[in-house]
Design a protein around this ligand. Structure first.
Ligand SMILES: [Ca+2]
Ligand SMILES: [Ca+2]
Length: 377
């Protein structure tokens, strides 16, 4: 702004100097012309006064005519010189007038130039004012921008700090995720290997199961056929059972022989004498019976009541076929037992026949011993 003001002052000063110089030059150029004109006028007046004086003098003083003639000639020469000088000075005056005209034109041009420059100056001043206002506006904008820039710098610093913290957190999360990913990859690889093994095992099992399925299918078909046969057999057995029930009912209705006791559909005989296990069985067989088989608690209670308590009595129990493997005389296995405590003990290594002792408990005894016995038919 200061530079612009200085330029404007210098411009105005220069214009004033130029205007002053133009005026002085014009006055300086006009002054000789006026002076010459005045001098020429004065000279003409002096010459005219001299001639008049000579004329008056020669008319009044004829003796001095010769001197006057010389003076006159002298004056004529001076007059001619003056005339010549006058012509010369008039030429100079004309030239000066022409020069004055040119100077006037130059002055007008300079005046026009000056007016144009003044117009330019006013325009420049207006532009300068506009620029000044624009500069002030720009200065205001610059201050505002400076404030905004400082706020932006603070914001940028804050955002940079936040971004740095966030970047650190993201880096930490990335590292954690990378570790988890590696762990997952390891686990996935392990699981994949396990799954691959399980798949192979499942494939093997599937193949085996398919083979088993086919076999089961065949077995199912076979069993279905067997089931049909069993169904047929069941129906036959059902019919046979009905017949047997009828027979049982018939037998239940049948009375036992003298000396035999009835329990449900069967008859029982308790001997009064004693003999070996084999002979007692032979006796029963001759009667169409066999030694008693005790296969239920109800039957045991019934048989116990047939003999006197504490009297050893043979029953249809033996391990003669296989030591320790007790069988009933009809070949059925012994499922329910009532052995006395510590029995069977195969005492002496020769106790293969069963007997009933105290309160219906059993004991293994030598078969050659003689006991009472009970038959069943
Ligand atoms: Ca035995
Ligand atoms: Ca024994």
């Amino acid at each position: 702004m200061d530079l612009m003001e200085m330029d404007d002052g210098m411009l105005m000063k220069r214009n004033l100097i130029m205007e002053d110089l133009g005026t002085r030059d014009l006055q300086r150029r006009k002054a000789p012309s006026r002076c010459i004109s005045v001098c020429l006028g004065l000279l003409c007046a002096v010459l005219l006064a001299g001639n008049i004086g000579q004329f008056v003098y020669y008319n009044s003083h004829p003796r001095n005519c010769i001197d006057m003639q010389d003076s006159y000639e002298h004056l004529q020469r001076e007059k001619a010189e003056l005339q010549s000088n006058f012509s010369s000075m008039r030429s100079d005056r004309d030239e000066l007038q022409i020069h004055n005209t040119n100077v006037t034109l130059s002055k007008n041009q300079l005046q026009n130039r000056y007016n144009s420059l003044m117009t330019d100056k006013e325009a420049l001043e207006n532009s300068y004012d506009a620029l000044k206002r624009e500069q002030e506006q720009l200065q205001t904008n610059h201050s505002s921008l400076e404030t905004d820039r400082e706020e932006l710098e603070k914001t940028i610093d804050k955002v940079r700090n936040d971004l740095t913290k966030e970047k650190d957190q993201l880096q930490q999360s990335y590292n954690t995720l990378t570790q988890e990913r590696d762990q997952l990859q390891t686990n996935m690889q392990r699981n994949y290997d396990n799954l691959q093994r399980e798949k192979n095992e499942l494939q093997t099992n599937f193949t085996m199961m398919r083979t088993n399925r086919d076999e089961l299918q065949r077995n199912y078909s076979s069993m279905m056929s067997e089931k049909d046969q069993l169904q047929t057999s069941k129906e036959a057995l059902q019919r046979e059972k009905e017949q047997l029930v009828k027979k049982i009912n018939t037998l239940n209705a049948r009375p036992c022989e003298t000396g035999w006791k009835k329990f449900r559909d069967r008859c029982y005989y308790a001997s009064t004498r004693r003999t070996t296990w084999s002979l007692s069985r032979d006796y029963c067989i001759t009667k169409g019976a066999d030694l008693v088989i005790i296969n239920s608690s109800e039957k045991r209670d019934f048989v116990s009541r047939l003999v006197t308590a504490g009297v050893n009595t043979w029953i249809g129990l033996t391990d003669r076929v296989g030591e320790g493997t007790w069988m009933w005389v009809d070949g059925t296995p012994v499922n329910t037992t009532y052995w006395e405590a510590g029995q069977p003990n195969s005492h002496g290594g020769d106790q293969d026949c069963g007997e009933m002792v105290q309160k219906g408990e059993w004991n293994d005894e030598g078969c050659s011993n003689e006991n009472k016995w009970i038959c069943e038919k």
